[in-house]
Design a protein. Sequence first.
Length: 149
Amino acid sequence: MLRSERDDAVNRLAVFRDETERLKVDQAALFKVRAEMALLRQQTNELSRLAAGVRQLRNLQRVDEAQASVQPLSVLSDLERCRDNLRRISAAVEQYALEKKQVQGEKVYPGDILPYLVKKELPHCPAGGIYSLRGVGNDATCSMDGHTL
């Protein structure tokens, strides 16, 4: 009788150990799923933020296009036109970066941003300056003194 009780207790202990081991594995899997869910939530929030940024940049581009067609360029000074060009270039860089998931400081080449510019071409400084792209997150620059954003 005592032997059968001991055998029964040993068997139950083995079942409990197996169940405990299975629960540990399940718990580890649960923690992994929770971490993945948190990452997915974070990525979803980031995508929403990026989509809002793209919409905002597209709206700015439409406004720029509308303003360019309404306001005659001859009334603007060279400096104002240059700054306007620099703003358009910088906005195109930001839109490119958002859509291509570029990070702060990554190099951007003129060919990368052409699709985001009005007339699909890089504007020229009306005073003869040369524009330089300084990477994602940095404003474009002009070689003319005082022609800055």
